[in-house]
Design a protein around this ligand. Sequence first.
Ligand code: SER
Length: 328
Amino acid sequence: MILVTGATGQVGSDLVPALRALQGADRVVASGRRVVPSSPTRGRYESLDVTDLAQLETLVRRYEIQTIYHLAGMLSARGEQQPERCWQVNVGGLQNVLNLAQRYHLKVFWPSSIAAFGPSTPKFQTPQDTVQAPTTLYGITKVTGELLCQYYAQQFGVDVRSLRLPGLVSYRAQPGGGTTDFAVEMFYAALQNRPYTCFVQPDTRLPMMYMPDAVEAILQLMRARPEVLSVRSSYNLAAVSFSAQELATEIRRRVPGFTCRYQPDFRQAIANSWPVTIDDSRARQDWGWQPVYGLSNLVKEMLQQLASRLPLPQADCRQKIEFEEVSC
Ligand code: SER
């Protein structure tokens, strides 16, 4: 049996259906802070606070859990606003999961992030092993988490696996409280015929990934034979890097008339502290990682998927995105 924490969040909203399709709906227990999940999830759902060890252990025992995808966590921008809670959830929650993993011989997936790097890290082709001195509390929880994972793997033989995820772009769930959220919000504005005010400068370039690539990477890493894994802290992972302006331009090619203006706020400093491109050669060598989506197919598919899900204010929106590659 599989337990997914943070199942209604950004990654969970895509990973849970993928796991249910692969493993069987009955074998996946989704859990989250909400008493009732926001969207009807087919299959089991339990309300869970990951900082509560007893509650977590009850679920592990009741469902005879063998694998935990521990996705519950607070993102970077919200973490800066609630630093104490961010530490409790991100570090305390992970420590609870790792303690139970040791006791019940569980396999664990946990997401780290590009936020585990800071301003003194090389910004281009950031290596797997490099300076990790982040300036956000979120980043500090990610470095701590990576070290905890490595420690539990080395000292206690816990089979924990992790990826440093880039900014994620997905259509199922909106992120909440992240610095890379602008990349998702832009699509909603474009399809609703609204101008978008972007909270980072046009030339802010960050590592990004379309969610299907991220889900595939997680599944691939968890399928890999343990002996091929040379990294037990967290693997660098990359797909594409683009600036806010490049994204806006690519969206405008398919949604003519979309406008974006730039009004940086406190999230600019967070974005500036992160890498621009990532060297993910260890993931490629060890377990065959290969992304599918670049900027153009990401934008095309994201618009198509969102258009069929969003209540659109203007009937011509759907038609508009069928104009492909409109120059601007
Ligand atoms: N996408 C995350 C954020 O913006 C980084 O991991 O906080």
